[in-house]
Structure formats: C-alpha cells, structure tokens
Design a protein around this ligand. Structure first.
Ligand code: SAM
Length: 276
C-alpha cells in the first residue's frame, strides 16, 4: 500500500518514519510513504501557498492552484475524470482531505482504507484548504476527532499509523490487529486450526480488556486470579466481562453498535445492577 502526503511541513514526518512498526513496515516494503512539499508547486519568489479568505474574517486559506498542481504531479485528475476512466479497473486512488469538518475516522474506516492500494492525504493549515479542492479532487473528508488541530500533519500521521498496522504482515503477531479495541466480532475471525483453545475474544466493537505482565504482584496489587491458572475458557470469560465493564464505564455509546450475544447481555445486566 502506498500513502502520499501533501504538506507544507514535510520535515514533520521524518521522526515518524524512524520508529517502531512503521519503520519495519517501510524497510520490508509492506508500505510506502511519500511526502510532497506543497511549496514545490508554487511559482513566486516567496513560494506562497496561502491567501486571504473571500468574504473577510480571520486567517489565511491554502490556495487551490498549488494543491491542484501537486495532485497533477502525482497523476491525480479531478475525481469526475478519475472515476470515469477507472470505472473498469481495480479502483481509483482515495484522495483524503484532513479536516475538522470531516467524517469521523474510526477503526472501521481504517480497515476500509487498508484495502486501498493508494491513499493521498492532503494536510490543511491556517483556516483550511480552498473548498474547491475538496469538491474537485477529494473522495473523503476525514476528521480524527472533535477538536481543532493547527494542521493536518498530525491527523495524516494518525491515519497512516492506524491503517498500515492492519495490512497483512505488518504486525508481528497477525492476530493482534483483530483482538483489540474496536475489533471485529468472533464470527469474523478465522478459528485456529491447531485445536488450541483461544483465550481471547474478538471485541465485536467493544473496548479491549485490561492487560497484565510480570510480576504477578506489584505495589500490593495482584494480577486477577483467572489469568493465572491456564484455564483458557475461564480466561476468555473473564476477559469478555472486562471488555464489557470497560466499555460500559468509558464508552457506553459503543454498546449500541457492538456485536453482543445473550451471554454478553446477561453479563451487562449483572454489571449494571452492581453499579446501581
Ligand atoms: N477552520 C477550520 C475549522 O474550524 O474547521 C480549522 C482549520 S485547522 C486550524 C487547520 C488544518 O488542520 C485543517 O485544514 C485540517 O487539515 C487540520 N485539522 C484540524 N483539526 C483536524 C481534525 N480534527 N481532524 C483532521 N484534520 C484536522
């Protein structure tokens, strides 16, 4: 998969590429990331990328000209042309505008983006990007949360990170992309063929359960007993209950869209009674 990022601060991304899973994925060629300096597509002495807003008001707006030129240099035509000429092919690149006004970026959306071959990310600055770039070129306007950042670079890094770790081969342990917060339900996870009982649940849209490592006792707090006795079924039950507890406590909004079976409903009822 290839990400191409258009930004006025290309240097922002250098340390991001040098660490952890992304560094390994880049080295192994599982993912490619290109960063393009928007100022390279200007033609004046000051390399101007912004201008005052029509209608007045605060701040500056990223001009459409340099952005359209940057996109053309990447071979990206306006979407009307792109979609028409690619109709019979695998699918056009996804052009994504990072914006506080966008659709919320979620794990489900990361899973969708991870199926694309190529994603182009446009980072706004100042008051944002001239809206005609969105209208003409962007397939998706994405927000990483209900707050305003000073630029799209941090948001682009979030999208690249959350998406690339879902690509096949990127995570050391293939399964860890499935058994985590906002993951898919058990039914969508291929069952182990070696017959070893699984001690994890697919979260089915819930939050993850808490994790513990050695030592078994720390600051007078012992690791919960069910995790210590090797009973896989018991561990699975305990972890499911914890997923439900955490979700109810921290993100009750997720419960409505979660894949819950009758057993889950019973556990939830019991937890709700306890906390009344
Ligand atoms: N005037 C815009 C508004 O009120 O929605 C805010 C512009 S913000 C200061 C500058 C740039 O940061 C945006 O163009 C966008 O690229 C990026 N940005 C800010 N908040 C974001 C968010 N929550 N998600 C994604 N990108 C964001």
């Amino acid at each position: 998969m290839k990400f191409e990022i258009i930004t006025i601060f290309p240097e922002f991304f250098s340390s991001f590429f040098e660490n952890g899973i992304l560094r390994r994925a880049l080295a192994e060629g599982l993912v490619t990331v290109e960063v393009h300096d928007l100022r390279a597509f200007t033609h004046d002495r000051h390399r101007t990328v912004d201008d005052r807003p029509f209608g007045g008001g605060e701040g500056m707006v990223l001009k459409p000209g340099p952005l359209a030129e940057a996109l053309a240099a990447l071979g990206i035509a306006p979407k009307v042309e792109r979609h028409a000429s690619n109709a019979a092919q695998a699918g056009p690149p996804q052009v994504v505008l990072l914006s506080a006004q966008g659709r919320p970026f979620t794990q489900a959306m990361a899973r969708e983006l991870a199926t694309e071959e190529r994603v182009v990310l446009i980072c706004g600055r100042y008051e944002g990007v001239d809206e005609r770039i969105n209208q003409l070129y962007c397939d998706l306007e994405l927000s990483i949360g209900d707050y305003v950042l000073s630029g799209g670079e941090l948001a682009a890094a979030v999208v690249v990170d959350a998406t690339m770790r879902l690509l096949p081969g990127v995570l050391g342990n293939e399964a860890s992309g499935e058994f985590e917060s906002f993951g898919v339900a058990d039914a969508e996870i291929a069952t182990a063929e070696d017959g070893v009982p699984r001690s994890q649940h697919g979260s089915g849209g819930l939050l993850d359960y808490p994790h513990f490592t050695r030592p078994a006792e720390f600051s007078s707090l012992r690791v919960p007993e069910p995790l210590l006795n090797g009973d896989h079924a018991g561990i699975r039950r305990w972890r499911r209950e914890q997923q439900l507890r955490k979700t109810l406590a921290n993100r009750p909004d997720l419960l409505a869209g979660a894949a819950l079976n009758k057993e889950d409903q019973k556990i939830l009822e019991a937890i709700r009674k306890e906390t009344k």
